[in-house]
Design a protein around this ligand. Sequence first.
Ligand code: DGP
Length: 109
Amino acid sequence: MDCIFCKIVSGEIPSKKAYEDEFCYAFYDVNPKAPIHFLVVPREHIASCDAVTAQNSAAVAHIFEVIPQIVRQIGVTDGYRVISNCGRAAGQTVFHLHFHVLAGTELPW
Ligand code: DGP
């Protein structure tokens, strides 16, 4: 499978790591939309939110447990936004489930 985020998770493509554990990997976005902008991805290849099932949703729950830990570790104290673009029309360009975490400024809606 030719998936850029699988290659980042495996280390084949270098990235600036924010966090990692057995189930997920977090790294800074190459094209940041805020002063702090990192992505959290499951190590397992899941194409998008639309491919989340009862069989793989534990990885998603885990990601939502670690996001608060990562933002605290980075020193974010004034709020952050979590986004997942699901599907081409919603702006998804990489078809490996990922959650954008944006912080470090006032974020307009
Ligand atoms: P989305 O458009 O929601 O699928 O977001 C994909 C994000 O992934 C986009 O903000 C840019 C980022 N991205 C794409 N390729 C790379 C890469 O090779 N390294 C890093 N760090 N980020 C990448």
